[in-house]
Design a protein around this ligand. Sequence first.
Ligand SMILES: Nc1ncnc2c1ncn2[C@@H]1O[C@H](COP(=O)(O)OP(=O)(O)OP(=O)(O)O)[C@@H](O)[C@H]1O
Ligand SMILES: [Mg+2]
Length: 342
Amino acid sequence: MTLFDLRPKYRREDLFDREEELKELSKTVEQGKPLIALIGIRRVGKTSILKTFLNEVNGIYIDMRGIVRRSDLELRVSDAFSSTLDKTRKFLEGIRGVEILGFSVEIRWRGRDSVSFVGLLSEINKKGKRFVVVLDELQSVKPPLSAELRNVIAYSYDNLENIVFIVAGSEIGLLYNFLGYENPLSPLYGRYVHVVTVERFDRDLAREFLVKGFREEGVEPPREAIEIAIDFFDGIVGWLVFFGRKYVDGYRDFENLKMMAVDLAREELSKLSSREKIVLKAIALGNNSWSKVRSFIAEKYGVVLPKSTLSRIIEKLEMLSIVKDYRFLDPVYREAAKTLSP
Ligand SMILES: Nc1ncnc2c1ncn2[C@@H]1O[C@H](COP(=O)(O)OP(=O)(O)OP(=O)(O)O)[C@@H](O)[C@H]1O
Ligand SMILES: [Mg+2]
């Protein structure tokens, strides 16, 4: 794997920097903290950190995107164990409902001699060794499964001293809401969550990353091209990889390359409602307060958004980690938002 490989990294030698984050994760896991939240905006490198970490400790990684029903989850859990059997075999041996067949594992989730997710974790807990369960993009799970998962995490928190949950997500407000540790109605209410924040690279690290990446590919762009890329993409590693990969593949025109990135970001914003889009566009165009956004929309679109509606929309955009205090967290999203139409 090279630095400009688009897939998440999973080996330390392929991972640029991030020693601090890995150290913090292992320290926290060793201390036996039951619940860790790894947060960071899209493309900042969360999954790569998690996969690299799991490569060095015992546990499983589950991508929660697209999981709707409990059976979806069960399938992913089975697959996660099957794909890591060399390391997880010793945790699964002898558990009722779990059959290890050569290089894959069959977990009976229903019927006679079956095991539930909690049951499985309880058995693994009894093996007496630390075991990490990573749930990536957990906030994307919706009810009723989300409530079930909260219960699983809360049960594990209280009873399974060897199980550590690491939950991660790019929609940070939504992830916090999911856990609900400030919500008296949540089973996780009042529980301590150790938060690890993944930040973008600063300018020097971003430059070092690109220079190293290009060297690996045997390509040497002018210094100028690298500076322009960092100006636009900031230290968001996923965008730097996008830039590097495209450049190596022959896309040398920066305006063109920029447009491709912006198109991608616009696509990701397309799930927003038309009102959310105009609010986002207003912010992208520099309206940096509640009242400026409101009057801009009234002037430009002839729409007077009810006060509570506008507040709710801005709150949602913050929950999604798209904006904070009327500023975009990702400059590419800002460019994309400028081009949105209701
Ligand atoms: N430390 C790193 N060194 C090298 N490449 C990295 C690093 N972190 C991330 N990348 C690369 O950046 C891209 C995005 O990384 P990753 O998928 O890990 O981020 P993410 O925060 O999980 O993104 P998303 O929010 O989209 O899930 C991938 O191409 C990955 O290979
Ligand atoms: Mg990810």
